[in-house]
Design a protein around this ligand. Structure first.
Ligand SMILES: [Fe+2]
Length: 200
């Protein structure tokens, strides 16, 4: 049984037909668009409602608890867009009207030839997780200033971005996509994931 502090990895979350339909949806022309937030440009799209419901159900079954609040969207990274390292935690202001207890990534495409997925990092001062008493302002001031500085972080773990895999983690864990710059220039060979922030 998982507790709320667990990192959870679930494979084969959608059945093969559902997963193919999701990929086809992602590959439709002009599906993704740029979204500027603060100092970062994300490439995002709305996720299909039925996929959101299935992923949320999988999360609830894994943690054996109801989700109180969640937000989900699709995100794309390639060799041309979203090329920052941006090590961060998700327990501050992540564009939701609630503070998530957890973040999750559902992998839709991946690079078969190179290690890729989600990296977890140890900060030279704060360790593996953001201090519990940090406000959003503290996070911006003490953590986000180091987000691109690899000298301040050591790599802890890489969870492989296997298609149809769901990775869920407590939002205080420091993490980033991996590697910093993905291969691929077209949508089909880019990294596409569904991102979920939720509160349990
Ligand atoms: Fe995150």
């Amino acid at each position: 049984m998982q507790n709320n502090k667990s990192i959870v990895i679930l494979d084969e979350v959608l059945d093969s037909e559902e997963f193919k339909a999701l990929k086809d949806y992602c590959f439709e022309e002009n599906r993704f668009s740029a979204l500027e937030k603060g100092d970062h440009i994300y490439y995002v799209a709305n996720a299909p409602r039925d996929t959101i419901d299935k992923i949320n159900t999988a999360i609830e079954e894994a943690y054996k608890v109801k989700i109180q609040n969640s937000i989900s969207f699709l995100r794309l990274a390639s060799s041309l867009c979203d090329t920052d390292l941006r090590i961060h935690c998700d327990n501050g202001n992540v564009g939701t009207d609630f503070v998530p207890t957890h973040g999750a990534v559902f992998y839709i495409t991946h690079d078969e030839n190179n290690i890729n997925g989600t990296a977890f990092w140890k900060h030279c001062k704060y360790g593996y997780v953001c201090p519990s008493d940090f406000t959003d302002e503290d996070i911006q001031k003490n953590i986000m200033c180091d987000k691109e500085n690899s000298l301040k972080w050591s790599l802890s773990t890489i969870v492989g971005g296997v298609p149809n895999r769901l990775l869920s983690y407590p939002s205080k864990y420091f993490h980033s996509k991996y590697p910093r710059v993905m291969n691929g220039t077209k949508v089909k060979d880019s990294r596409i994931v569904m991102v979920i922030f939720f509160k349990i």
